[in-house]
Ligand binder design. Sequence first.
Ligand code: FMN
Length: 270
Amino acid sequence: MWNVEYAGDTSAGLRPSGIWGPVDGIISIPHEARFRALPATSPMTEDDIQDVIDAYARSAGRARALGFDGIAIHGAHGYLIDSFLWRHTNRREDRWGGDARGRAAFGAAVIRAVRQAVGEEVPIALRLSQFKMQDYTARIADTADELGALLAPLAEAGVDVFDGSQRFFDSPLFAGSTLNLAGWCRRLTGRLAMTVGGVGFGKSRGLARHIDDSQAVDNNLPVLVERFGRGEFDLVGVGRALLNDPEWLLKARAGVPFKPFDPANLHRLT
Ligand SMILES: Cc1cc2nc3c(=O)[nH]c(=O)nc-3n(C[C@H](O)[C@H](O)[C@H](O)COP(=O)(O)O)c2cc1C
């Protein structure tokens, strides 16, 4: 999770075009962290890009050697792969930028290198999101066609599971369809998809004041199960509900009421 120290590091990080994000985006990080991050840096060079791709592959190879069963790669929330996907931060005119396919080229190169390092049998998941820590209203794709063009090279490169990160799983991604990000990833690529976001919570209850508060119902488990049953997604991620109540899954199965939500539980270690 982002915090002051972490957000401070973003000012030193590599960026596709030296741009961190907009000056006025809706953010969850402290304002001073944004102001440290905002000054432009040098765009990544071809050597920088190759170094980072190699580093991903090395790390994945080590994870495999240590016995991990799968590799999950973060391509969401404004991190590096996402900064290539996002038009705002990727202004490159070389093979790593431009149209949707070009903006996906870095992510695809990372996935290809990781696939080569871990072999065909190890599943690779890729987390994607519209929203960014630099701006919760940001989008990598405004239409299903644009999303499809971003996803195609990533799927071809070897992604097995698209992890569609949303604040609320029941927020539709595009007008005219109830499908969420995971649902669109599944439909557009035929790969497995995981949804996440607000599972087990009612209307956001001030949990995420800085963002879209569009969760429609107070108990969203029936909606989740119905959408799962329709084949919209294959896996479901649960975060805060489990941190709040470690018996959450057992209770969800048995239809037993959950512990009332207390934000302090998110910060408790035991
Ligand atoms: C304490 C905490 C730490 C988190 N850290 C990360 C993180 O490092 N990277 C990330 O992509 N998401 C992180 N998240 C977001 C979760 O992965 C998840 O997408 C989000 O909490 C929405 O799911 P939920 O509504 O079930 O909690 C974190 C969430 C919490 C509550």
